[in-house]
Design a protein around this ligand. Structure first.
Ligand SMILES: *Cc1c(COP(=O)(O)O)cnc(C)c1O
Length: 424
């Protein structure tokens, strides 16, 4: 086997996520990662300009985090979280509640973004069930993305991801995202929905729809929808799996709205990319609907690795970093840097539009491209050849680099994007 590269050996037994292997037979074997740099088996380096799907926001193999986790590893590795508890989970809960929107008071653990949404949906549905109300419909945004399990797929917009399963979905009604001019139309649509449907919950990505190519909607419109839900006792579930932990310029995208969600889903940057984990947080009011003398009113949902002590330790270290002056200053620096880049690029003839919120920057090209089409692939390969890991979504190029990205690394990312414009 030693004469074969990792890339070649990979082909034998591995089936990769979100991949049509017949059309995309090539993978790149990464052997190490440090800060913002990934290194492949040939020693080629790539700037990780999307923080490995927005997880490693404090940089890969961050020593502050890895050293904490490695000492935790010697102390307590894993224990059942039903009937047992442990200090890493308790400390994490104390730290996280401090920085979550003020109405959040309880945390429920799972292990990935999709399951955090699944749990949010179950909380919303069972909340009404426990109160003796039959409410079966969920509301979601068109083009949303909430993960690949059934509940999460159901509330996602229809696409290549969930198309084959559409017949098996939960009952979901979709509304457009607010765009500044359609607020009244959305509220009217919601009002008429209530005439025919028993609406249990509203599941949404606040302000930025990641998988929909970093589409940004307006806070004012979302505020109106949240107020409508509050008035009609519709449980609101904010999927902050992508937007959480500083990316929008505030700790959570929900911090931009006055009306707070009942439930919040967190994962991705939660553990700084070190361990898989997710949390679904909720208000005391949601929790109270499950607190009862009747066993059946409890939330009978659990995952084997719930609140894994190593993942909790990584998350706590990540939250400490997020609140540090260094990271907060970096967020301001990156935001300003993207703003300057925007001025440089927004009038380029190949650029249709640009958008930014916090450290999230995206531009749409004038050229139409299929989400996984040839031109998009050509662009993706171009970036990799140049040593930049950017993953275009159709004709959208977006940047979401770790907070520790240096000015010169950012400049290289910008220049590579500018060069790419000449090949499209
Ligand atoms: C990535 C993502 C998910 C799914 O998380 P997984 O850990 O991949 O299951 C859900 N919601 C949003 C907004 C995401 O960006």
């Amino acid at each position: 086997m030693t004469h074969m590269t990792l890339k070649e050996r990979d082909k034998k037994h591995l089936w990769h996520p979100l991949t049509q292997h017949k059309l995309h037979p090539e993978t790149i074997a990464i052997t190490k990662a440090k800060g913002c740099v990934l290194t492949d088996e040939d020693g080629k380096e790539y700037i990780d300009a999307i923080a490995s799907w927005y997880t490693c926001m404090y940089g890969h193999c961050n020593e502050f985090i890895t050293s904490r986790v490695s000492s935790q590893m010697q102390q307590l590795d894993q224990v059942v979280f039903t009937g047992f508890t442990h200090e890493p989970a308790i400390k994490l809960s104390e730290a996280l509640i401090q920085i979550l929107p003020k109405n959040q008071n309880k945390l429920f653990f799972s292990d990935n973004g999709s399951t955090s949404v699944e749990i949010g949906i179950k909380m919303a549905l069972q909340y009404h069930f426990n109160k003796g109300e039959k409410r079966n419909t969920l509301i979601a945004f068109e083009d949303g993305f909430h993960g690949d399990t059934f509940g999460a797929m159901s509330v996602s917009g229809l696409s290549v991801y969930n198309g084959p399963f559409a017949d098996f979905f939960l009952d979901v009604k979709r509304i457009p995202t607010p765009n500044g001019t359609n607020h009244e139309a959305i509220l009217n649509a919601l009002q008429s929905l209530l005439e025919t449907q028993q609406v249990a919950g509203f599941v949404y990505e606040p302000l930025v729809q990641g998988a929909a190519a970093m589409k940004i909607h307006d806070a004012e419109g979302l505020e109106l929808i949240l107020k409508f839900c509050e008035k009609n006792n519709i449980v609101t579930v904010a999927d902050e799996v992508m937007t959480g932990f500083g990316k929008t310029g505030k700790h959570y995208a929900s911090d931009y709205m006055e009306t707070k969600p009942d439930i919040i889903c967190l994962s991705k940057a939660l553990t700084a990319g070190l361990m898989p984990m997710a949390i679904t947080s909720c208000s005391q009011e949601i929790y109270d609907a499950f607190y009862s003398d009747e066993i059946g009113k409890g939330l009978f949902h659990g995952h084997t690795y719930s609140a894994n002590p190593l993942a909790c330790t990584a998350a706590l270290a990540g939250i400490e970093l997020l609140q540090s002056e260094e990271i907060q200053n970096n967020i301001i620096r990156i935001k300003a840097s993207h703003e300057a880049f925007n001025l440089r690029i927004k009038n380029h003839p190949k650029v249709k539009s640009t958008r930014q919120l916090g450290v999230i920057f995206a531009l749409d090209l004038n050229t139409e491209m299929a989400r996984y089409g040839n031109l998009r692939d050509k662009l993706f390969s171009f970036f990799l050849d140049k040593g930049v890991f950017l993953r275009p979504l159709g004709n959208t190029i977006y940047i979401q680099a770790p907070y520790v990205v240096s000015d010169s690394q950012l400049e290289k990312v910008y220049q590579t994007i500018e060069e790419a414009l000449s090949i499209v």
